[in-house]
Design a protein around this ligand. Structure first.
Ligand code: GTP
Ligand code: MG
Length: 136
């Protein structure tokens, strides 16, 4: 079955929302396969965000992802990649649709990076790569 990597980013963990966020993914019907509280490293982030290296928000994004612990999870189910991204909502939390994780729990905090609570893989290839980075 299809699998995706979900990260609860440092803002979600520090605000005490990890349990709520994971519960929403489980409530939608996806199966939790693996779960870990981890600290990112520059090396992991460079591999994870390879397509963003060199963009203006890359360094603030890395600093943000290094700012505290992250919850890494693998979920499984039919079309889980698409399903989780739909549940997460649009990248920008201020305007992400209400009912989504980012829309319900996130907002702009005036910082250089979007603190948008969660990451979800965007393709089968990314999911395989990212699961290998965070669960090795
Ligand atoms: P992820 O699930 O985290 O990959 O989010 P996404 O797929 O919705 O966004 P994307 O992969 O394009 O960007 C990765 C992360 O970089 C985002 O989640 C934001 O935290 C940040 N980011 C992306 N685009 C911008 C931008 O234009 N400005 C700023 N400040 N941050 C951005
Ligand atoms: Mg992305």
């Amino acid at each position: 079955a299809e699998r995706t990597l979900v990260l609860v980013k440092p803002d979600g963990v520090s605000r005490g929302l990890s349990g709520k966020i994971l519960a929403r993914v489980e409530a939608k019907g996806y199966r939790l396969i693996d779960l870990s509280l981890v600290s990112a490293t520059r090396e992991k982030l460079e591999a994870h965000y390879a397509e963003h290296v060199g963009k203006p928000f890359y360094e603030p994004l890395v600093e943000f992802m290094l700012s505290g612990p992250i919850v890494a999870a693998v979920f499984e189910g039919e079309r889980v990649i698409e399903g989780f991204r739909s549940l997460a909502g649009a990248t920008e939390p201020t305007t992400a649709a209400p009912g989504t994780i980012r829309g319900d729990f996130g907002r702009d905090w005036g910082l250089k990076v979007q603190q948008n609570l969660v990451h979800g893989s965007d393709s089968v290839e990314s999911a395989e790569k990212e699961i290998g980075i965070w669960f090795s």
